[in-house]
Design a protein around this ligand. Structure first.
Ligand code: TEU
Ligand code: CA
Length: 557
């Protein structure tokens, strides 16, 4: 596998609206990110994915773009953006923009022109159909309701896979594709290192659009079913890569939920469409087609099977991007650790387990201090459109308001969107004004300032993980070595070898509160990392305490 500049880096996702507010309007902004670059450097992050800051009505928090060439004034100015790119460069950091090109905002000029003249050039930038023919198909949008919506002031309707303020762009139209590529190249010329590709698998629709068997009483079907029938996305992705990313050696990471068997190599193998894509194999565990209210908690065995399944699938063919959370998911520690067991030690174990898998680790803001889900007291405290929809879905399915709120608490995207907890001042030090979304009350104990001081904090553990992964000494195993499950059948033990050409490391976590004995595959030289003070050994066996995590460097002959 050819080595790439980004293989040994660590990536960090910033959700600007909630990261740091520099001017007291309650909304995080680009100058706020610049002020925190030194912190991110202290942590050890190299690649920064910035969730959307383009001009947007913020119906879906910036994932609805009304001008791809402008920064939304709430986030700052284009000068701020240029300064961010320059300041990142000074620190040898790389900026990734969020590329949202499956859809735009209904307030984008293209859509406005399509409304004014559906038969004109811009009508063909979208998927339009005559209203009189009824709904062209029974697909349900990801955020609820039909994907079809009347095109205001006309006798047409338009397609939206997400919110109705996010009309889908018609990728079948070469003019639209060229307009998108032009924008990508414009940003690359500016000096961004690459992109995270939002909802990218949705750009190819199964045509002609037809009904599929309904999966809920509403008579509609999850759009994922349609995606399984869509053929030929590779033509679009290849063209995009050749017209844009390739010319700049850009780093790209795809948000791909629905890849088909056998597609991985074309996507992220040598000369793939993208550099990497997220491993969502664990993310989707426990989900139900009926909605959040019907989902089940993830067990240690589920989690292990998810990670190892993905590792087996990819082998050495490419690099997945590994996560435990992002801005669309609950906090990883609240999601993957059993209720009542979320503590510093278990947080560190989970961190260490995903971080050392083969691939590129991404950290989502606040994850590095162990931020947790929010105890929402009522649905009024929730802002996110998808959470409000899921609340309704639960009620429609006959759940009580309490049960519906429980489901939202467990899965709401707002769990990850509360303000970053910088210190124990008012509003967690995020803003001097009133934060757009209420902070998590636990900021008094969980915050950056306290954890910088505290030697054995979650933050310091992340710094150790990062330093170890970046140590050239261990590149052979931790970056390029194989990932081989160890004692896979042993319940609530997640262990794997990172086997390089010269060295082998053993990574293991005791995914339970009870202690557990682990037989070693051989002798070891060194303990590279331990999330506890002690280490109990017997011959060829280690006794792990509850939630203990270790990395051992094995002896080589
Ligand atoms: O997410 C795409 C996606 O698949 C999500 O709809 C996910 O299933 C959902 O958030 C779970 O609640 C991307 C962005 O990451 C997300 O924030 C946007 O809302 C969405 O695209 C539309 O742009
Ligand atoms: Ca602000």
């Amino acid at each position: 596998m050819e080595r790439q500049w980004w293989h040994n880096k660590v990536a960090y996702q910033i959700y600007p609206k909630s990261f740091y507010d520099s001017n007291g309007d309650g909304i995080g902004d680009i100058p706020g990110i610049i002020q925190k670059l030194d912190y991110l450097q202290y942590l050890g992050a190299d690649i920064l994915w910035i969730s959307p800051v383009y001009q947007s009505p913020l119906a879906d928090q910036g994932y609805d773009i009304s001008d791809y060439y402008q920064i939304d004034p709430r986030f700052g100015t284009m000068e701020d953006m240029d300064r961010l790119i320059a300041e990142a460069k000074k620190r040898r950091m790389y900026i990734l923009m969020d590329l949202v090109i499956n859809h735009c905002s209904d307030e984008h000029e293209w859509f406005q022109k399509a409304m004014a003249d559906p038969e004109g050039e811009y009508g063909n930038f979208f998927y339009l159909a005559d209203q009189k023919d009824g709904r062209p198909c029974n697909w349900r949008s990801y955020f609820g309701g039909s994907v079809w919506e009347p095109l205001p002031g006309t006798d047409k309707q338009y397609l939206h896979m997400f919110h109705k303020k996010q009309p889908d762009l018609n990728w079948e139209n070469p003019k639209l594709r060229q307009a998108v590529y032009e924008n990508i190249n414009w940003w690359l010329k500016k000096g961004v290192a690459g992109f995270r590709l939002d909802a990218i698998i949705n750009i190819k629709k199964a045509l002609p659009m037809v009904d599929y068997p309904a999966d809920r009483p509403d008579g509609m079907v999850n759009p994922g079913v349609m995606l399984a029938h869509a053929e030929g996305i590779g033509d679009f992705l290849k063209e995009m890569r050749d017209e844009t990313f390739k010319k700049y050696q850009a780093f790209t990471v795809g948000e791909v939920f629905n890849d088909k068997p056998g597609e991985l190599e074309a996507f992220i193998g040598e000369d793939g469409y993208f550099s990497s894509m997220f491993d969502f194999n664990e993310t989707i565990i426990g989900g139900s087609p009926n909605g959040w209210y019907d989902s089940r908690p993830v067990t240690a065995e589920d989690y292990k099977a998810g990670c190892f399944g993905a590792q087996e699938k990819i082998g050495k063919l490419g690099f997945y991007s590994n996560i435990i959370e992002n801005h669309d998911e609950p906090r990883g520690v609240s999601h993957y650790l059993p209720e009542g067991q979320v503590c510093d030690t278990s947080k560190k174990m989970l961190a260490g387990l995903y971080f050392m898998l083969r691939g590129l680790p991404f950290i989502y803001q606040g994850q590095e201090i162990g931020m947790e889900n929010v105890e929402f007291q009522s649905i009024d405290q929730v802002d996110d459109i998808s959470s409000l929809e899921e609340y309704q879905v639960a009620l429609d399915a006959g759940r009580s308001p309490e049960e519906a709120l429980q489901a939202v608490k467990r899965y709401s995207r707002d769990n990850a969107r509360t303000p970053m907890q910088w210190n124990d001042n008012l509003y967690a030090g995020f803003t001097t004004g009133t934060p757009w979304l209420r902070e998590n009350p636990n900021y008094r104990t969980i915050n950056v300032e306290a954890q910088i001081e505290q030697e054995d904090s979650v933050l310091q553990f992340y710094r150790s993980l990062i330093a170890l992964r970046k140590d050239p000494e261990y590149e052979d195993s931790l970056i390029y070595g194989a990932c081989i499950p160890y004692l896979r059948e042993q319940k609530n033990l997640m262990a794997y070898l990172r086997k390089g050409e010269k060295q082998t490391l053993l990574v293991m976590g005791n995914f339970q509160k009870e202690l557990q004995k682990v037989k070693l595959p051989g002798a070891y030289d060194l303990v590279l990392l331990n999330n506890m003070d002690e280490l109990t050994e017997m011959d060829e066996e280690i006794c792990l305490k509850g939630w203990q995590y270790l990395i051992l460097k094995m002896k080589t002959e």
